[in-house]
Design a protein around this ligand. Structure first.
Ligand code: PNW
Length: 475
């Protein structure tokens, strides 16, 4: 533990945060004029979510915000990341009608945070599209980009005097793939091999238009930073001597991290490996017409350079081997032709996809530094879940946070990665999308059986707060 006691281990202004997302915690799905979102619709359909659960009430943060603020202060966080519900602010998704009650709610949240010396990091879009916009084609429609731009400008105008860190869209990969290829997230579309690429494309266009809007109209006065949160696992070839596995690993990376990071940080366009793989597969299956991967128009604002920092959501690592098609039908899996394997030595925690590999984060951070020209990095999500019998003394999760933060310290000190902050996912146990309330990621336990939805700090919360305190006193 020597490193962790070193006073210079983290930069002086390092952000110590935790995050949440509107639909996962707020509840109040119809309160005070809020319009429905695609997650409201999705959860109200039978068979979509574990136990047909929903975020109708969730942690009721819409009414219990002050209790959340106490949790934030107890932990000693310097930053809090949360998302705005688009349809709480603009019930039909457009600025034609503003719900003032929604504006009041977020003004209170932001003012309370700033009043307690906690900096807000605000996500504009965390999976919950207004249903009214889904009815017009949602993220498949090219018009969504300018609708998002208007929403973003409205938020910069309304809250940007106090908010200096913005995330436009959270995890476009997850929205595109889980929502439009696999159909396991809202809007529940299963249109493999085509729609996810279109959705990802429109998300990049929407993000870039919002960034340019901020740059032109708000940056000088508000002096904030705007980015897009990219989720990425750390990956390695299963067999490091096998050419096919090495090539598959490169392809896999191009279809995940590269899909969004290449356009933003490297070329303004998709990785060449991604386009050629998709086009080769189209040819093989006799799919005629233009590339399933859309092209950026020269007449639209550029994508390159529209991220003021690298926002990374890291959860796990994978080994990659060649070959994982889905037969002779179009799908992203066949396009990327790379399969995931979990190393038997990595412990699995809670959900089946989450192997605990803290040093994968250090490797990924070094890769980001080397590949994307040493950007400032915020780790905007990282966490560990609990499933099954409740453990308030969750020592495995405490160890996970200690180990992970140690790896970040090494990335800062030894690898000289420019890391500006770390946000644990998540402040409170909450609605974990398709898994409902069966998976708990919180630093606080929430008793969903109890009418008061009481919050209790886990041991892992205490551990995290100790680390934050140690850092504060070493400055
Ligand atoms: C992220 N998967 O999403 C989200 O940003 C959070 O809202 C979420 O609670 C957190 O990770 C934990 O899951 C993901 O199935 C959702 O692979 C699902 C997956 C990955 C990330």
């Amino acid at each position: 533990m020597a490193l962790i006691q070193d006073a210079n281990m983290f930069p002086r202004d390092f952000a110590w945060g935790a995050g949440t997302a509107a639909y996962q915690v707020e509840g109040g799905w119809q309160a005070d004029g809020k319009g429905p979102s695609i997650w409201d619709t999705f959860c109200h359909e039978k068979g979509r979510v574990f136990g047909d659960q929903s975020g109708d009430v969730a942690c009721n943060s819409y009414e219990l915000w002050e209790r959340d603020l106490e949790c934030i202060q107890q932990l000693g966080l310097t930053h809090y990341r949360f998302s705005l519900s688009w349809s709480r602010l603009l019930p039909d998704g457009t600025t034609r009608h503003v719900n003032q009650k929604g504006v009041q709610y977020y003004n209170k949240v932001i003012n309370d945070l700033v009043g307690c010396n906690v900096s807000p990091m605000v996500t504009l879009y965390h999976f919950d599209l207004p249903q009214a916009l889904q009815d017009q084609g949602g993220w498949k429609s090219p018009c969504i980009a300018s609708l998002f731009e208007s929403y973003a400008k409205f938020c910069f105008q309304t809250f940007g005097d106090r908010v200096k860190l913005w995330i436009t869209i959270n995890e476009p990969y997850v929205c595109a793939k889980l929502g439009h290829e696999d159909g396991i997230h809202a809007p529940g579309l299963k249109e493999p091999g085509v729609t996810a690429y279109l959705v990802g494309h429109n998300m990049l266009r929407a993000h870039a238009m919002a960034w340019h809007g901020y740059n032109s109209y708000f940056r000088t006065a508000q002096r904030g930073l705007v980015s897009l949160a990219i989720n990425s696992d750390w990956i390695e070839p299963l067999n490091t001597h096998c050419e096919e596995d090495i090539a598959a690993t490169e392809r896999y990376l191009a279809f995940t991290l590269g899909w969004f990071a290449w356009p933003l940080f490297v070329t303004g366009d998709y990785p060449e490996i991604m386009r050629s793989a998709i086009d080769a597969e189209s040819k093989k299956l006799g799919y005629n017409g233009s590339s399933r991967l859309p092209s950026f128009s020269k007449d639209e604002p550029t994508i390159l350079g529209t991220a003021d920092f690298f926002a990374l959501n890291y959860y796990t690592s994978r080994k990659i081997k060649q070959g994982e098609g889905c037969g002779n039908i179009l799908c992203m899996k066949s396009d990327r032709d790379a399969g995931e394997v979990l190393d038997a030595s990595w412990p699995i925690c809670g959900v089946s996809w989450l192997a605990v590999v803290p040093d994968g984060l250090r490797k990924l951070l070094k890769y980001i530094k080397d590949t994307f020209k040493n950007p400032a990095v915020y780790i905007t999500e990282n966490g560990f879940s609990q499933v099954g019998p409740l453990q308030i003394e969750d020592d495995q999760r405490s160890k996970f946070y200690k180990d992970t933060i140690m790896e970040i310290a090494k990335a800062v000190q030894a690898d000289r990665v420019d890391i500006r902050g770390y946000f644990a996912w998540t402040l409170l146990d909450n609605f974990e999308w398709a898994d409902g309330y069966s998976v708990r990621f919180g630093l606080y336990h929430v008793d969903f059986e109890d009418e008061k939805l009481s919050r209790t700090m886990y041991q892992s919360g205490r551990e995290y707060s100790k680390i934050i305190l140690k850092h504060k006193f070493s400055q």
